[in-house]
Design a protein. Structure first.
Length: 433
């Protein structure tokens, strides 16, 4: 008797579980189909997606899912077999639904906005690092594009810091996106007063497609860099607004992209409440470049110079210096001095102990020796300076950059060291032992 009751409870539980899943699938699918049909940014794709999610085969597959989380995952995967859209997803998250409702209610919107203003400065509005590199090259690491009305002053101060740079590197390797308004603000610094058409944004709502154009600003607070060589670093993690900036500047021939192909997330999305449990992240807008009539969705931005994300910094650093040398910039001597060091680092030469052994020895009153795994250079009884091999020939002092050494080879043997000092003639130190 107990066995029969137990089996009956199991069957009842399974029936109830299937019933709940079927109800979820039917109701959620109908709402999502309508939202896609009316608002998904690409109309043809929207129609196909709506047909899919209303189909018997889709509902049948959905009904076989065991939990609400599984339903959301199933729907996301099935929709993206057609859309292949990184911004399109179904999410089961009752807490998010509750928070989103609170945010959109009139009495909460201002409080949420105030909180955002207070929180954003903790990340410096996305501006992670700014630096003047050797060779007078400016470096700016941006981790997110904040709204320009929040981070605009920080951008202005960053550009003022960089105003005397001979070249600029903007690092977007860890930038997942953000506000298109900050993209426009940043891009505007790299053109003159004549405005430039960056992109056209297509938005779709209630079945109606609208287009707005995005142009650079004729005014920027601070210096302009219209002729300054610009290099942008990317990785496979660079997404959305980071890709927008890279794509536009590349197609305008205003920047050289160095690194990896980006994530390929072009569409702008909104969070649409489906019911008390589900949210649809719905791509409702997309940028279209006026030069390509396309964007980077699914494809990513392909760099001008492809290299690993880890090595992109030194590759771009060497490239900008080389460009300045070719153009005979006013700081030509400085660029020629720094370039060999940066180029050596970008080559990622793998040193061996044999390379180190080659330069260990005596050079008149000077000697190179190894101690506790470190390499040193010493003149007579003066304090020894730690040195480092960047490759077989290039040797740098760790304590200063005004001088360095170059190994001179003959028949694969080091016969001398050349002492190079910035602004002075080279001295050759013959090997004596």
């Amino acid at each position: 008797m107990k066995s029969k009751v137990f089996k009956s409870l199991i069957v009842s539980s399974l029936v109830l579980c299937n019933y709940v899943s079927a109800a979820d699938c039917r109701d959620v699918s109908q709402i999502i189909a309508k939202q896609l049909e009316d608002n998904y940014v690409i109309e043809n794709t929207a129609t196909t997606l709506a047909q899919l999610i209303r189909s018997k085969s889709f509902l049948s597959g959905c009904n076989r899912q065991k939990s609400s989380e599984d339903i959301a995952e199933f729907m996301t995967l099935e929709l993206n077999k057609i859309a292949n859209d990184k911004h399109l997803s179904v999410v089961y998250d009752p807490n998010w639904v509750s928070e989103l409702k609170a945010f959109r209610s009139s009495n909460q919107a201002e409080a949420f906005a105030d909180r955002r203003v207070m929180e954003s400065p903790t990340d410096n509005y996305g501006f992670k690092k700014i630096e003047m590199l050797d060779g007078n090259i400016g470096y700016l690491d941006i981790r997110m594009f904040s709204d320009s009305h929040l981070g605009g002053e920080t951008l202005e101060n960053a550009m003022k810091f960089l105003q005397h740079s001979d070249g600029i590197i903007i690092d977007l390797r860890n930038n997942f996106g953000g506000s298109p308004f900050m993209v426009t603000s940043l891009a505007s610094y790299f053109f003159d007063l004549d405005t430039v058409h960056l992109s056209t944004f297509e938005s779709r709502a209630n079945g109606v497609l609208t287009r707005t154009q995005d142009w650079t600003s004729p005014y920027v607070p601070g210096p302009r860099f219209k002729d300054t060589p610009l290099y942008i670093l990317t990785s496979s993690n660079s997404a959305s607004a980071a890709e927008s900036f890279s794509y536009a500047m590349q197609n305008l021939a205003r920047a050289t992209i160095v690194g990896e192909v980006t994530a390929g997330a072009a569409h702008g999305r909104s969070a649409e409440i489906v019911n008390d449990n589900y949210i649809l992240t719905l791509p409702t807008s997309r940028p279209v470049d006026p030069r390509t009539n396309d964007n980077w969705e699914r494809k990513g931005v392909k760099p001008n110079i492809e290299t690993s994300s880890d090595n992109a910094f030194y590759v771009s650093y060497a490239e900008v210096l080389n460009t300045l040398i070719k153009n005979e910039n006013s700081n030509l001597g400085l660029h020629q001095w720094v370039y060999p060091l940066v180029k050596a680092k970008s080559n990622q030469y793998q040193l061996s102990q044999n390379d180190i052994d080659q330069i260990i020895g005596t050079y008149g009153k000077r000697k190179v020796f190894q101690e506790n795994g470190k390499l040193f250079y010493q003149y007579l009884d003066d304090p020894a300076f730690e040195i480092e091999l960047l490759d077989k020939e290039t040797i740098v002092f760790k304590a200063f950059t005004e001088a360095r050494l170059q190994a001179i080879y003959k028949d694969k043997q080091v016969i001398a060291l050349k002492m190079l000092s910035f602004g002075e003639d080279a001295r050759e130190l013959q090997r004596t032992m």
